[in-house]
Ligand binder design. Structure first.
Ligand code: SIN
Length: 502
């Protein structure tokens, strides 16, 4: 693994500031409330993770702003729903999708600069984000209700699927584009209005996507964006009675708090929270596939996804071989500022993210783990942590129970199927997990026993617009993407038509 911080590289990064001419049309630093861009006296700074310098400042909304946005969205939502057909809403989404694709380069640059992920990952994320818009453009017209045989004579029972109303959307910094579209596209397809609180670390991508949505023709008041650094202000989305649904992706603690607040008005709630993904490799696995899967699942977004492998469990018979090959692959990674094409791993989001990975490594090493590769943060103004593999991990280490959210792969060993099921399920969360084996019987047995919302078998890639995304236990509830994703933004009204013979 090399660290390419040459003078040329630093100059390339310096010349990639977000004010570059070709991006002016998409960059926005204001809030979008009641159909207008609003400049605020009060702003907050957004830091560039590659350099730790300030990338720009953004409007910092206060409680009044969020309340105005909610009121305006509420006033606009009904007529948006009743004045458009499902096909028209689908067509607006299709136009938004096409604009996102047309602007993929600029969006990826904004995303890469504010989040730190590499430019090729950023492009991949923009395409991933677009795939949700296109998926829900099509789902808009496929939301059928039911007709139900009634137990009462001369009676017809039917259901209507209706938009829930105003939705509060709170998204994370690790996927500044895709988590917006995964929530906003189904809401708009269903006929809802949205008030978005983008992540304070990465608001520019959301604001750029909003510009494109408006260009696509969405009526200004059904999308409102309130950047804020103030958690109390964001909580208004969970408290305000005019908001009928809240969708949140982020930490389990904040998710629990929002669910508590939302219970005051019994809003619909979807929570996509933390994970502690087990990555299980059995003796009979294809080791190349398992290593490839581990690289994808562990080091995507520098380990900062909630579905990243957190605990790598390898059956004793192939432990040494798997470890050797994984270390070899990790040595080929190139850590550096994401904007530079040759880098495969960008920085982490901020200094505390680096500190967390370091503390997990220190704890593991103090309890007997061995650093096979990596292990240190770089002495550079940005937030760079070396991709790290630890062998000899054990259950008493912090890495066994706490989500690292960084590029650290701790390898544990196991002997039997029963043992691994106990280890894998011994956690209060249950989002994603992975298993590698050539035995169909074992795959089905273990997949069924794992307490997870999503299970990748012989692959490290599980996320896609068509696949239901969500967890169980303290990883939250509600599904995103897929044919189920839109139901989260709809309510079902039962209409009973009596005395139809009259
Ligand atoms: C997340 O980390 O929150 C989302 C990851 C994904 O969509 O794959």
């Amino acid at each position: 693994m090399s660290v390419p911080f040459s003078q040329e590289l630093l100059e390339a990064v310096a010349s990639s500031m977000i004010t570059a001419k070709d991006m002016e049309l998409l960059v926005q630093d204001q809030a979008f409330i009641d159909g207008r861009w609003i400049r605020k006296q009060q702003t907050f700074s957004v830091q560039e993770p590659s350099t730790a310098r300030v990338l720009g400042t953004v409007a910092d909304c206060d409680l009044n702003d969020v309340q105005s946005a909610i009121k305006s969205a509420h006033a606009a939502q009904k007529s948006y729903y009743t004045s458009t057909t499902a096909a028209q809403r689908g067509s607006l989404l299709r136009k938004w999708h096409d604009l996102v694709i047309k602007n993929v380069e600029d969006l990826a640059r904004i995303l890469c600069l504010e989040n730190g992920k590499t430019i090729s990952e950023a492009k991949g994320e923009v395409l991933y984000a677009a795939s949700f818009i296109s998926w829900f453009a099509e789902e808009a017209t496929r939301c059928y209700g039911d007709t139900i045989p009634s137990s009462t004579p001369n009676t017809i029972v039917m259901t209507l699927k209706e938009p829930v109303g105003v939705c509060g959307i709170i998204t994370p910094w690790n996927f500044p584009a895709a988590m917006i579209s995964r929530k906003v596209a189904p809401a708009l397809a269903a006929g809802c209005a949205v008030v978005i609180k983008p992540p304070s670390e990465t608001p520019f991508t959301c604001l750029a996507l909003t510009k494109l949505a408006l260009r696509a023709g969405f009526e200004g008041k059904i999308i409102q964006v309130c950047p804020t650094k103030n958690r109390q202000v964001a909580s208004e989305l969970a408290i305000n009675p005019l908001v009928r649904k809240i969708s949140f992706t982020g930490s389990t603690n904040i998710g629990k708090n929002l669910a508590n607040l939302a219970s005051g008005t019994l809003k619909k709630v979807s929570l996509e929270l933390g994970g502690n993904a087990p990555f299980i490799v059995f003796d009979d696995a294809d080791v190349d596939l398992a290593v490839e899967g581990a690289m994808m699942s562990k080091f995507r977004c520098s380990g900062q996804t909630c579905v990243c492998a957190n605990r790598l469990y390898v059956q004793r018979g192939i432990l040494n071989e798997f470890t050797r090959r994984l270390v070899q692959k990790v040595s080929e990674l190139r850590l550096g500022p994401g904007i530079e094409d040759s880098c495969t791993q960008g920085p982490l989001i901020n200094a505390s993210a680096v500190d967390k990975v370091k503390s997990h490594i220190e704890d593991a090493v103090s309890k007997g783990a061995f650093v096979e590769i990596g292990g240190s943060a770089l002495d550079f103004p940005g937030f760079f942590m070396q991709p790290t593999v630890l062998s000899g991990a054990t259950t008493d280490m912090v890495v066994a129970r706490d989500e690292t959210f960084g590029p650290l792969a701790p390898i544990f060993s196991f002997d039997t199927e029963d043992e691994i099921l106990k280890l894998a399920n011994d956690t209060e969360v249950g989002l994603a997990g992975y298993l590698f084996s050539r035995s169909v019987g074992r795959v089905m047995r273990v997949a069924r026993e794992l307490e997870l919302g999503m299970c990748g078998v012989n692959t490290g890639k599980i996320s896609a617009a068509e696949s239901p995304f969500g967890g169980i236990k303290e990883s939250g509830y509600g599904l995103e993407g897929s044919k189920y994703g839109m139901a989260e933004y709809q309510s079902i009204k039962t209409v009973t038509l009596g005395n139809v013979h009259l």
